[in-house]
Each structure stands twice: as C-alpha cells, then as structure tokens.
Ligand binder design. Structure first.
Ligand SMILES: *Cc1c(COP(=O)(O)O)cnc(C)c1O
Ligand code: SF4
Length: 357
C-alpha cells in the first residue's frame, strides 16, 4: 500500500488511537465520547501534536471540544447562505458561485484531517448537509457556462481522491475551451504530505496551456516540517505553485508572534501566503472566532514592514457575496494640494509630492 493510503487507512479517530500520540485530557476525552461528530487526522499530523500541552495549536485543530455545542454567533444553515444555494440560479450541488468568472467545484466530502474550525463543517464534519457531488454533472455545467475561466476544485479535500479520479477531472476540465486555469484547495501538503507521489506528479507535470495552482491551509508554524517542504518542492518541480490560505483562529495564531512566525516560515518551505480568512460564522465554532478587526491589526503589527512583502497575505472576510478584503489603512496621514504625509510601520512620517491629474 502506498504511504498516503496507509495514512488514511490508519486514521487516528478513536480515543485509544489518540492516546498513542498524546496524554488525552479529561475534557478532550469527554468531548470525544459525548459528541457525535466526525473527527480524526492522519498518524503523520497526530505525531506533530504536543503530547503534554492541551493548548497545542495542532491539538486544537484536530480534537473535538465541548465548546462546539455552543452557538451564539453562528448562522444556521450557514453553507446554504454562504454559497448562494438558495438563489434563483439553478446549479448542480457541486458548484458554489459568488463570482462571474470563477466557481468553487466540490468533488468530495472526505478529508485527511477534520479541522474543528472548518466553515464547511455542516457538510464535512457534522454531515447534516447532503450535497450530490456528481463530478460529470459539474463538468457539464462548467462546459455550458462559457463565462467561467477559473475552476477551484475543493471539498472536502480533493487530493483524497485516487490518481485516476484526479487525472480524469483535470483532463475533462482541460478539454473545455473557455477555461484558463485550474486550482485545487487541499490541505494535503500539510496534513498528508505523503500524497505527493510520483504517480500524482506524473498527472500534474505535463506541460499544458492551462496551469494548475494549489492553495493549501497552514495555520501555525508547527505544522511546517521537512516532509511538507519536500512535498511543496515536488509540486513546484511540476510547475504547480503553492499558496496558503490560513484561518485566523483564536488561541492558535491570533497573537503577533505566532502570526509573524507562521508567515515567515511558510516562505522557508516555498509556500507563498495568499489569504488569511476571518473565521466564518459557521455553527459551533464561536470559540475560534476573534473580532473582525483582529486580522488587519495582526497584518499591521506583525507583518507589514516587520518582514518581507513576500510573507504578506491579504486579510479577507469570505462572505456570500465574495471575499471582502479588510486591510489596515494607516499610511496616508494627511494630504494637501502640495504633498502627502505618509506613515511607515514604525510610526515614522515622511512627505511625498502630490501629482495632479
Ligand atoms: C473563494 C472562492 C473562489 C475563489 O476566490 P479567489 O479570490 O479567486 O481565490 C471562487 N468561488 C467561490 C465560491 C469561493 O468561495
Ligand atoms: S481540510 Fe478543509 S474541508 Fe476538510 S475539514 Fe479541514 S477545512 Fe474543512
């Protein structure tokens, strides 16, 4: 059996299995025992957990918490609203649309790690939302909609699919003349780096006018290992760029030090920061959510100017009408006919000529 399949076969999803990796606290044990929720991770990702620290950023993303039963700020039927599934436009279940030129294409509801903060948890974790994920139906819809240039294949985790299935989806999409790019959203480089096999590379590598882009999700520097570095390197050798879409998570990455370290360390494994998402109001994840302004403050206090612009993600709120950037805006202190007054990250000011139109 290939190593990545073994990882999934030996999924860590029982108390006893979990105890092989960490000292499980009574609270963790109670949450796992009482809550009927899908959870689990790969042995690889489990091995990155701190055995002694219940506040370990990886543990919090993996192990259910009793706090998931609380829901004061979450929106019921969140995904229906967020993905515009209750509007007039008739679409297959697999197609989520917020933009004119691109869509998200859901091809599976299976994941290597069932992230506790997942905004698609109604579909992926709680499983009370059932979608028909008919790949051919989705491809037919994309073929009929000539305004779509960009398909984001998502899930679940699309890299859970077999090589054959991935090859099929890519091949079918590349036959559609109006498509200009194919993207995958996958946590595989982080939670299942073994997935980047020679077989998969063969599928991704052949030169084609339609490039493949990948965005992964890494939320804390502790998730970045030699295995991930190698997986990303292999993807890059196939001409596939790898970006990161982090989620701003309370107690995991919402402090200056963790936030900066995460974005700096991503570059050391060749992953380019792309987005930081505000933690969405899906039900049962209140305990992960910060105030909205927090992300912009962290970009101001941890990243901009403090480290290279390459490490700089865009902070966005992913809403039902698309992603809305919310960036710190503190540069133009003053402007008159003659000049601007600009302020840098250290609070220092300078003058700049105002060019009339
Ligand atoms: C996030 C998302 C996209 C892609 O957005 P980009 O800003 O281009 O990365 C497309 N469709 C849907 C429904 C999305 O949620
Ligand atoms: S991998 Fe993505 S879809 Fe799956 S549980 Fe994590 S955040 Fe949700």
């Amino acid at each position: 059996m290939e190593a990545w399949k073994e990882q999934l076969h030996n999924h860590v999803n029982t108390i006893d299995r979990l105890k092989e990796y960490i000292h499980v606290t009574p609270e963790e044990e109670e949450a796992i025992g009482e809550m009927k929720t899908k959870w689990g991770t790969t042995p690889y990702f489990a091995s990155l957990m701190d055995p002694e620290d219940p506040d370990c950023p990886i543990r919090k993303q993996v192990i259910p918490s009793l706090k998931e039963r609380e829901n004061t700020f979450g929106i019921p039927n969140y995904l229906i609203w967020k993905e515009n599934r209750d509007t007039g436009e008739v679409r297959p279940d697999s197609i989520a649309r917020q933009y004119d030129d691109r869509i998200a294409f859901t091809v599976t509801d299976v994941c290597a790690n069932y992230c506790r903060h997942c905004f698609r948890k109604e579909l992926v974790v709680d499983r009370d939302l059932k979608l028909r994920m008919d790949v051919d139906e989705g491809i037919d819809w994309i073929r009929e909609h000539t305004e779509i240039r960009d398909v984001l294949i998502t899930g679940g985790d699309p890299f859970i699919l077999s090589d054959e299935k991935i090859e099929y989806v890519i091949r079918k999409l590349r036959e559609i003349p109006h498509l200009e790019m194919i993207r995958f959203g996958t946590r595989a480089p982080i939670v299942l780096p073994q997935r980047i096999t020679d077989g998969l590379k063969k599928i991704l590598r052949p030169y084609h006018r339609i490039p493949i882009w990948i965005n992964t999700q890494c939320n804390h520097a502790n998730e970045l290992t030699e295995e991930t570095a190698r997986a990303v390197y292999e993807l890059l050798t196939c001409g596939v760029n790898v970006g990161n879409q982090a989620v701003l998570l309370k107690g995991i990455n919402d402090d200056v030090e963790s936030f900066r370290r995460l974005h700096q360390k991503l570059l050391t494994v060749r992953i380019r920061p792309y987005y930081v998402f505000y933690c969405e109001p899906a039900p049962g994840i209140d305990h992960f959510r910060t105030p909205v302004e927090k992300g912009a403050e962290l970009i101001r206090d941890a990243i901009r100017g403090h480290t290279t612009g390459l490490a700089q993600p865009m902070y966005v709120i992913a809403t039902n009408i698309g992603k809305i950037p919310l960036m710190p805006d503190y540069y133009i202190v003053d402007k008159n006919e003659k000049e601007y007054t600009l302020r840098n990250y250290k609070g220092k000011e300078t003058k700049w000529p105002n060019m009339p139109e």
